[in-house]
Design a protein around this ligand. Structure first.
Ligand SMILES: [Zn+2]
Length: 500
């Protein structure tokens, strides 16, 4: 039924682009919000200097943590009685494809055979999502992250072949109020749409093709039209070149990416099955030494996955200030593909800040505490990890999603701990549920027992995003209905694309 012609589809996309182009709803600015005084919380600061403070108050002013202590007062402040609750830093997700939430459940990692068609699903779906769909997915995806306690993330935005789609995705994410990075994947292209027959080889080549002037214009438009302000969401770039490409080509693209002024260069890194040719990234190991020799590593360089990074490669990342995110739960299947177990334990031991992340919001649970726990269990898959795990305390596990997690997305000075002067990104966690352990350290209790539904409140930059267990300012019934309507349209459209 829904076999739209390509031209009709483009008209529809253009109409939706106009809708998605509307400016993002104004967010309350931290400066306009009155001070906030959280009273009597058990404060899990994740700051090694302060540790855990039972029954303390936290004062927030101008979006930042102004004081942590007992018996604090502040005239005119909004007072929150947090007795019996745990106040902890907002969590950090270092690698997530936010747009995939648009089709959540279409494929799932718990159905590996179905999930094995992931790349085909992606190639069908990205050409069917309108700019408006991308806007909705960015908004819902950002809200879902916040709802689960994630206040900063890297959105690895690799699902937007057109400028209108990319602008829609960036606007939606910004509107959600989540902090971090909208990292636009350069090179995503398409020349087919609903009803098309296209060769699988060609579709793969377009999925991430070489970046063209069109992609650079899109990047510039996102930066100037959506992410130019001083808001908590910044622009990042994911180069189209990397593993397997000639070093000169990689150098030219990465240098141009950095010249735009972005402070986040993110890349998927898997060690190639066999070494690439001399003069190509990935001639040695996972390509880190090749990038190093070309002068392309730096404190803005962010690796996703990198499971098989050697100690030498980790040392190069440490030396140049690089960062890693191992998407704990998502990494498990890579073990059976011979791609090694999650690197985050070894990275941490090597002094490279490492985080965890959801990766495929399409196919994995949204409860972020599950991902944090998976990070720990994952380490048992390798002898080295088992040794590392043996020395951990619960705060070391939580560290991947808070203090070090923030360092691992380049925001260690901004967020990740409850520290005076840092942005007030905070979660208030209820502990009254039967099954939420009452004994142990605060970190023990959170890491072992917490789940998304225990999150009472979330603040980003001191602005409340969730209170009393409910997200603020969005009509979820309406958003979910809109998403269902979109799925009913683009699902069959995606199925109408044939790969030959
Ligand atoms: Zn990914």
């Amino acid at each position: 039924m829904t076999s739209l012609t390509r031209s009709a589809f483009l008209r529809l996309s253009a109409a939706a682009a106009t809708a998605a182009a509307a400016p993002a709803k104004a967010q309350p600015s931290p400066k306009t919000v009155r001070p906030l005084l959280i009273k009597g919380a058990d404060v899990l600061t994740m700051d090694p200097k302060t540790g855990e403070v039972a029954g303390a108050d936290v004062l927030v002013a101008d979006g930042k943590i102004a004081a942590i202590g007992k018996g604090l007062s502040a005239g005119g402040a909004e007072v929150v009685d947090a007795t019996g609750h745990i106040l902890m830093p907002g969590m950090i997700d270092g690698h997530r494809h936010v747009w995939e939430i648009a089709d959540a459940g279409r494929l799932t990692k718990f159905h590996p055979k179905g999930y094995s068609t992931y790349q085909e699903w992606k190639m069908r779906t990205i050409v069917c999502l309108t700019p408006e769909d991308n806007h909705l997915a960015g908004l819902i995806g950002g809200l879902q992250a916040i709802d689960s306690g994630v206040t900063s993330l890297i959105d690895f935005a690799h699902g937007q072949p057109t400028q209108a789609q990319a602008l829609g995705a960036a606007r939606g994410l910004k509107e959600s109020g989540v902090a971090g990075w909208f990292a636009f994947q350069l090179g995503v292209s398409s020349n087919y749409g609903p009803g098309s027959t296209v060769s699988l080889e060609q579709a793969h080549a377009l999925r991430i093709a070489r970046s063209t002037e069109t992609h650079w214009r899109t990047a510039a438009a996102i930066q100037s039209e959506v992410l130019s302000g001083s808001g908590p969401l910044q622009m990042g770039l994911c180069p189209s070149t990397g593993l397997g490409d000639p070093i000169d080509l990689v150098k030219a693209e990465w240098t141009r990416a950095r010249a735009t002024g972005v402070k986040m260069i993110a890349a998927h890194i898997h060690r190639p099955e066999k070494p690439h040719a001399v003069g190509h990234v990935g001639h040695r190991g996972s390509g880190i030494a090749d990038l190093f020799d070309a002068g392309l590593l730096g404190p803005d360089f962010h690796v996703a996955h990198g499971n098989q990074l050697t100690d030498e490669e980790l040392a190069l990342l440490r030396r140049t200030g690089g960062m890693i995110c191992a998407t704990a739960m998502g990494e498990f299947p890579y073990v059976s593909a011979g791609r090694g177990a999650s690197v985050h334990g070894r990275a941490r031991a090597a002094g490279v800040p490492a985080g965890v992340g959801v990766d495929v919001s399409l196919a994995l649970p949204s409860d972020y505490f599950e991902h944090v726990r998976a990070g720990f269990w994952n380490l048992y898959l390798e002898p080295e990890g088992r040794k590392i795990n043996g020395a951990y305390k619960s705060e070391d596990v939580l560290d991947f999603a808070t203090r070090m997690g923030a360092q691992a997305i380049g925001l260690g000075d901004v967020t990740g701990t409850l520290t005076v002067g840092k942005r007030a990104d905070m979660l208030l966690v209820k502990t009254d549920r039967i099954g939420f352990g009452m004994l142990g350290t605060l970190a023990d209790r959170v890491v072992t027992f917490a789940q998304s539904s225990d999150i009472d409140s979330v603040w980003i930059g001191g602005v409340a995003k969730k209170r009393g267990g409910r997200m603020i300012g969005h009509d979820f019934t309406r958003l979910k209905r809109k998403l269902a309507e979109a799925q009913a349209r683009f699902g069959p459209q995606a199925q109408s694309i044939k790969f030959s």
